[in-house]
Ligand binder design. Structure first.
Ligand code: ATP
Length: 251
């Protein structure tokens, strides 16, 4: 991946002072976070505190009331989702796929914005190797996949795009531990290539085994920021931050 020196200087993602609402109900209150180039960061917190909403603002799916989103040093606050993808953002959102295309076609198509098409070919094969269930169905129409298989396809698609910033919501939800392990491997490979990663993850064990740093969110605000190693060594602190264990601590 070729990047200008100024790209290296700016964080991959900088979210600053985001206020966001659904209709009259405000759910984000001045949320700020950053992901440095090449860094892996988790956004943790109990249910309903605004983690997914933060990701929606980052992806351009929800317009904030105020605040800014910078991608690689560029002010992307007003950008459409597609422009963000073209700037290197890849986001795992839901399980959408082109139903009439096969699994392999869905994956290849998703790499359209990648500069390095050789990587796309390799990444499609790597993703299918991680998910044998998908590989066995590579020539099957996506519309015929089960719910779990669709989730695997959604995760595989985000990786194929060779992103500069990979954003994943509910990383391990509904997937068997062996699949989650394989997925972590794939994310690490991407990170080794220079991609920054932001994950929202209910399993703290999975999150802290993957990332360098974590933010904890509570009622639409970031209430703590800590290195993953420090947090992992202090389960009491995690429990306190997570409000008495609302978030599953077992992987
Ligand atoms: N489309 C929507 N319309 C109205 N309210 C919404 C909408 N989406 C989310 N909310 C509300 O906004 C708040 C934050 O939701 P959000 O999904 O961002 O939380 P979260 O931290 O990701 O939760 P979880 O871990 O359960 O996914 C919640 O009170 C939720 O009910």
């Amino acid at each position: 991946m070729s990047r200008s020196p100024s790209d290296h200087a700016a964080p991959a993602l900088r979210v600053e002072g985001i206020n966001a609402s659904y209709g009259p109900v405000q759910v984000l209150f001045g949320a700020s976070l950053r992901v440095e180039q090449g860094e892996m960061v988790a956004l943790l917190g109990p249910n309903g505190v605004g983690k997914s909403t933060t990701l929606r603002v980052i992806g351009g799916l929800l317009k904030p009331d105020s605040g800014t989103v910078h991608l690689g040093g560029m002010d992307a606050t007003g950008w459409a989702p597609r422009k963000r993808v073209e700037a290197g953002l890849s986001q795992v959102i839901g399980q959408s796929a082109f139903g009439s295309l096969t699994v392999a076609e869905n994956l290849t198509m998703h790499g359209y914005a990648a500069k390095d098409q050789k990587w796309v070919k390799e990444a499609v094969e790597a993703a299918l190797a991680i998910f044998p269930r998908l590989n066995a169905r590579r020539n099957q129409a996506a519309s015929t996949l089960s719910g779990g298989e669709r989730q695997m396809l959604a995760l595989a698609k985000a990786i194929v795009n060779d992103p500069k910033l990979l954003v994943i919501d509910e990383f391990s939800l509904g997937l068997a531990p062996v699949v989650v392990g394989g997925l972590c491997e794939l994310v690490r490979r991407l990170n080794d290539r220079g991609a920054a990663v932001l994950v929202v993850e209910q399993s703290i064990n999975v999150a802290l085994s993957l990332v360098h740093r974590a933010y904890v969110m509570e009622k639409g605000e970031i209430i703590a920021e800590e290195s993953a190693a420090v947090l992992a060594a202090d389960p009491d602190r995690i429990r306190t931050l997570m409000l008495g264990g609302h978030v599953a601590e077992a992987g």
